[in-house]
Each structure stands twice: as C-alpha cells, then as structure tokens.
Design a protein around this ligand. Structure first.
Ligand code: NAD
Length: 437
C-alpha cells in the first residue's frame, strides 16, 4: 500500500514508521520545515524509545521518506492519514479542528484514483462528515471514502503499542474502505489484534470514551488517596485491594499529582463540550475535569505544607518535568502548575529531567536546570519527585540528603518506601499514604 501520513508528530511519525516496517510504502508530510529537515538529516525530533532505529531502518530500506510537499505523494496514495494536532480551542475548550480541516482542503485537489482518507487524529463526533464535505466541495471529481481510525498508542511505549495494540478501531460509512483498511493493518490482523469495524461516528466516540474512562479511573484513585490521608489509610493497599478484582483491574490505579499530557486534559474537555452541545451532558467527566484541574496546584500546596507552611526564600528541587516517563512531551504536564505554585510561594526551583529539559526550558523561565538529581538537590530544602522516571527509583538518598539544607522528600508518585526515606534522614510525604507502610 502507498500511504501518506499528514502530520509527523508523536502519532504521525510513529504510525508512519510502523506502517513502513509492516512493508508499506510511506511518506510522512509535515508543514514544519525544520522538523522535515531534521528527519531527512537522520535526526528524530522527539524522544520516543526505539524510534531512531525504526526510522533509520525503514528509511534505509526505501520504504519511508519525509517531505513538506503534499501534492505528489497524495496523487500516488492508496490511503492518506490525517495525524495533525487537535489541541483545545482557546476560550471554549472544544477541539480545535482547524489543522484537520486545512489538511483535508490541502490534499483534496491532488487525490487521484480511489483513495481512502483516514482521520487518525483524535476528533469529535461528526468530524469525518465535515472532512468528507470539504474534500467533496474542493474537488468534486475526487473518488474517495473517509474513514476514522483513532490511535491509542501511549507516548513512551508508542512503538510497542502500535505494533501490539489491544484493538484497532476503524469507522467507515463506505464499504469500499473496508478491504483497504484491512490491507493496511493485515500484519497486525494476522497476529490476532482485533480489528473492530464500526460506523464512523461510533469510532470517533470510542476514542473519547476510552480516554475519558481512563481519566475518571485516575481521578477516582486520586480522590481515594485524599480520603486515605484524612482517615489514616494507605492508597497503595486500597488500589491493590480493589485492582485484584478483575472487573476493576489494577491498571491506572496509581495515585499521583493528577493526569496531564497531550491527550487526557484536552480530550476530556472536548468530550464534555460535545456532550453539552448534544444535550447529553456527562457529569462524571465534568467532575473529573474539575477535580483534576484543581489537583495540580493543590500538589504545590502539599509541598509547601511539607516544608512547614512556607517556601519563601527556599530552594526546592524538582525531579521529573514531563507528564510521564520516557517522553520529552511537556504539554499540560502537572509539573508546570506545581512549579508555578511553588514560585508563587516565593521558592526558587531547581529541576532535573532525563529527556524533557529542552522542551521545558521555554515554559519555565525562572527554573534553574540541573545536570543531575544530585546537582538539583544542592542546598535545597525539599526534594520533590513529580515524574517516576526509572532514573529516580534508586537514588542514593543519603548522598542527596548530605547536599541538602533541609531533609524534606515529597514523593508525588509513591515510588519510595517511607521507612527507607526516613532512615536516610528525611521526612517523607507521599500521596494517600495516611499510614506508614
Ligand atoms: P503533534 O503536535 O506532535 O504533531 C502534529 C504535527 O502535525 C505537527 O508536526 C504539525 O507541524 C503537523 N501539521 C499540522 N498541520 C499540518 C498540515 N496541514 N500539513 C502537514 N502537517 C501539519 O501531535 P500528536 O501528539 O502527534 O497528536 C496528533 C493527533 O493524535 C492529535 O489529535 C492527538 O490527540 C492524537 N493522539 C495523540 C497521542 C499522543 O500520545 N501524542 C495518542 C493518541 C492520539
């Protein structure tokens, strides 16, 4: 299959490289000239484990190429994927579909022969109808079908997720798209990944329902964690105790500073807006959005409390800035709100992140960036773990303590045993650990 991927970001680049690895002929297109120049120079513009090898191998085999030029590749394509961003629209929280619609309008004049146009971006119900209208109006001669194929990969494990998905959801309204999409995913289909064909609107909604459900699950355990602190219970054990029930499941039951990242915040908000507009409000997701929004700054207050009620004039070391480990993505990372709260309280923040510091620098102009966790801790009154990178799981606590002015450790991911931390000369504050374990 000849595939064009419009948008070469976290989703487009990973999907394009994986499709090429399946044996398809893939051209990734992006408007960002510097991104394409870097890709053509053999550099990967994002941090995603394994992506450099995958891209290099498929470029070398001649199955993967990068360009800013849309028209020639689209003329040749059997399938054109749209994988551009759909951020929150400023002001009202609806998904901003301007990039998706622009991509549809830009490709339309170049469509030749029957082509399947697929939205891989996360888009609200009805977007496929609009993409179909835009292409049809721009190029009335075009022979095409518009399908929805939402992406469920997680940053940090994106290649594994793409190649071994729990399911592949494909929404179609035109049966001509079915054999084409089956061919695109045939290598995975043979490995028994269920290919779930639905209507296009259903497929669009599945993506939002899935993300909202996961966000609800995270927020649920976060509120249980707060209750644990109030009543002297331990959320780690509560999570295990409920997660062993197969109907609940143990995943996404880790109490922490609130969800962030490039998907959950914007997708939960967009679902709330779609539901409101459709006269079917989803109150549980509305509550989740509100609870999670207030939680991030509350984590800042938690750190200030752990420091005795004030951080004015103190140095606070923050370990982990990205919204989760194994990515450099800083979009909507909880660290941003937490650090803001600390700076508002008069603290000087020093931070270290294994991969996120380049993306974090412009967002955190007052932060001092360290070259290691130990350097960040120099002279600090408190050490705060915000993101659970593996590199932070086995720190030399005594060495850290020796470099610090005061011994406060706030573990917003519950990765340390309180007794081990206390033995190294710290006071320990976790999330939802009302009882020492
Ligand atoms: P991104 O911002 O990393 O990448 C989007 C890319 O599209 C950018 O490089 C941008 O320059 C390019 N672009 C925008 N308009 C273009 C146009 N008209 N022509 C060519 N290129 C254009 O975004 P992302 O994280 O890859 O997300 C893309 C979509 O996938 C979003 O809808 C997102 O919700 C969804 N999604 C993301 C993830 C994730 O983990 N990042 C997971 C599942 C789904």
């Amino acid at each position: 299959m000849r595939i064009v991927m419009i948008g070469s970001g976290y989703v487009g680049l990973v999907s394009g490289a994986c499709f090429a690895d399946f044996g398809h002929q893939v051209i990734c297109v992006d408007k960002d000239e510097s991104k394409i120049a870097r890709l053509n120079a053999g550099q990967i513009p994002i941090y995603e484990p394994g992506l450099d090898d995958l891209v290099a191998r498929n470029v070398a085999s001649g199955r993967l190429a990068f360009t800013t030029e849309l028209s020639a590749p689209v003329e040749q394509a059997d399938v054109v994927f749209i994988a551009v961003g759909t951020p929150s629209r400023r002001g009202d929280g609806h998904a901003d579909l301007s990039y998706v619609y622009a991509a549809a309008a830009e490709m339309a004049p170049s469509l030749k022969g029957f082509t399947v146009v697929v939205t891989k971006s996360t888009v609200p119900v009805g977007t496929g109808d609009e993409v179909e209208r835009i292409i049809g109006e721009t190029n009335p001669e075009a022979q095409f079908a518009v399908a929805s194929n939402p992406e469920f990969l997680r940053e940090g494990a994106a290649i594994e997720d793409f190649k071994r998905p729990d399911r592949i959801v494909i929404g179609i309204e035109d049966e001509r798209a079915r054999p084409v999409m089956e061919e695109v995913y045939r290598p995975l289909y043979l490995n028994q990944a269920p290919l779930l064909f639905t209507g296009r609107r259903t497929s669009e909604l599945i993506k939002y329902a899935a993300n909202a459900f996961l966000a609800v699950k995270i927020t649920f355990i976060n509120e249980i964690a707060d209750l644990c602190e109030a009543v002297g219970a331990d959320v780690q054990q509560v999570a295990r105790g409920i997660g062993l029930d197969n109907r609940i499941g143990s995943k996404f039951l880790h109490a922490g500073p609130g969800y962030g990242g490039s998907c959950f915040p914007k997708d939960t908000l967009a679902l709330v807006k779609t539901a409101e507009d459709s006269g079917a409000p989803i109150r549980i997701v509305e509550a989740t959005v509100a609870v999670n929004d207030s939680r991030k700054r509350a984590m800042g207050r938690k750190i200030i409390t752990a420091c005795g009620g004030s951080v004015r004039g103190k140095k606070i070391a923050v370990l982990g800035l990205t919204f989760k480990p194994n990515t450099d993505d800083m979009r909507d990372a909880p660290s941003l709100a937490i650090i803001q709260a600390l700076e508002d309280g008069g603290a000087q923040v020093a931070a270290f992140d294994p991969e996120g510091m380049a993306a974090a620098r412009p967002l955190l102009p007052n932060v001092e960036f360290a070259t290691s966790p130990y350097e960040a801790a120099d002279g600090a009154s408190a050490l705060v773990i915000v993101t659970e990178w593996n590199a932070f799981r086995a720190l030399d606590l005594e060495a850290l303590r020796a470099r610090m002015a005061e011994g406060v450790l706030v573990d917003l991911r519950n990765i340390y045993r309180p007794d081990a931390v206390e033995a190294a000369g710290f006071t320990y504050t976790g999330v939802g650990r009302g009882l020492a374990v």
